[in-house]
Design a protein around this ligand. Structure first.
Ligand code: G3I
Length: 333
């Protein structure tokens, strides 16, 4: 399926090239997805709240549509995500009598959830983001003070990996996080993963979300993070990449289109990132964008609601951008 000259073809000896999709974008971006990418991730459709809204109710229609699309077009599928503090329904943490669910009940619920979801997609999903964003960005503490941590204790992470491995012994299991290149956060992520490895938890890879922008993080911090994670002996995947045209501080909301300077910086950054990833091919086994083209991206609503962003390699009409040519190297020939 993969077109000559496409992204997936250009990197087929290096790593999978993926895009996050929704049950809507597999329709609206169908040709682009099939032509350019060889891996998919469901942006929301496999999350706890989407597939398991009530204790005894599982809703797999939308996730199934994405899994069917991947299978039909011979694409890899990453599973995202099993245990997260976000997009998890309240019932999970309640005991049904007005109180909070205790450790044993919560563990039973994680186990039941993981068995059902991982089991259902064991033929299509080759790897899961088992635990997402458990490390805190703030202060000295290692773990985010989530309801999972409060209800179960620190071992909720290792337990989730064990349940996932039991549900599908062939699946690659990832810990996935953001701000992965911030030196303090990076060190915490390394501590967490090392402790999981020390206690023999079945973890196989680290996901670097890579929500970056035209200025941050500096390339050197990205290289340092890749080096630090690779030193743990695990494979790495870039799981949610985008390069916002706005810096962290830039709160402008009145641009009808990206400026030439934004696009120039974005092109330069994308070129540097893929040159770097290529140096680590073998260690980096997948690069997934958090979207396929600028017609739809979560950044249109974050951090400024309704502000258009243009963070991907294809434009709002799904046409190649200069950044795509830079990544492919076709602007140099
Ligand atoms: O489905 C409802 C819809 O019924 C309702 O009308 C609408 C009104 O706001 O909301 C819809 O839900 C939205 C959902 O996406 C599906 O589109 C939520 O409001 C919105 O908050 C949610 O955002 C998602 C976000 O995770 C939630 O935290 C983004 O699409 C998704 O891109 C984003 O993905 C995360 C990764 O999973 C983890 N890493 C960070 C990344 C970006 O935040």
């Amino acid at each position: 399926n993969i077109a000559e000259g496409s992204l997936a073809r250009a990197f087929e000896k290096d790593f999978y090239i993926g895009a996050a999709v929704s049950s809507r974008t597999i329709v609206s971006q169908k040709e682009l997805l099939i032509g350019q990418y060889n891996s998919l991730t469901a942006e929301n459709e496999m999350k706890f709240a989407s597939v398991h809204p009530q204790e005894r109710t599982y809703t797999f229609e939308e996730a199934d549509r994405i899994a069917d699309f991947a299978r039909e077009h011979g694409m890899k599928l990453r599973g995202h995500t099993l245990v997260w503090h976000n997009q998890t329904p309240d019932w999970v943490f309640e005991d049904g009598q007005g109180g909070e669910a205790g450790r044993e009940l919560l563990l039973e619920r994680i186990q039941a959830h993981i068995e059902k979801v991982v089991g259902r997609y064991s033929e299509t999903v080759y790897g899961w983001d088992v635990v997402n964003e458990a490390v805190t960005d703030e202060g000295e503490a290692l773990l985010r003070p989530s309801r999972w941590l409060k209800g179960i204790g620190e071992d909720y992470i290792a337990q989730a990996f064990r349940f996932a491995h039991a549900a599908d012994p062939n699946a690659l299991l990832f810990y996935n996080d953001y701000n992965e290149c911030n030196p303090g956060k990076r060190d915490k992520i390394c501590r967490l993963v090392r402790s999981l490895l020390d206690e023999g938890a079945p973890i196989h890879g680290i996901g670097l979300q890579a929500h970056w922008n035209v200025q941050d993080p500096p390339l050197g911090d990205i290289r340092a993070a890749i080096e630090a994670y690779a030193a743990l002996g695990l494979q790495l995947q870039i799981t949610e990449m985008d390069v916002s045209v706005f810096t962290f501080q830039d709160r402008r909301a009145d641009l009808a289109e990206p400026t030439a300077e934004m696009l120039r910086l974005q092109e330069q950054r994308y070129r540097q990132f893929f040159d770097l990833f290529r140096e680590y091919s073998g260690t980096i086994t997948g690069v997934t964008f958090w979207g396929a083209a600028d017609d739809y991206t979560w950044l249109d609503d974050f951090p400024v609601r309704g502000r258009k962003n243009w963070p991907l390699l294809f434009d709002e009409r799904q046409r190649p951008k200069a950044a795509l040519r830079a990544v492919l190297g076709t602007d140099r020939t």
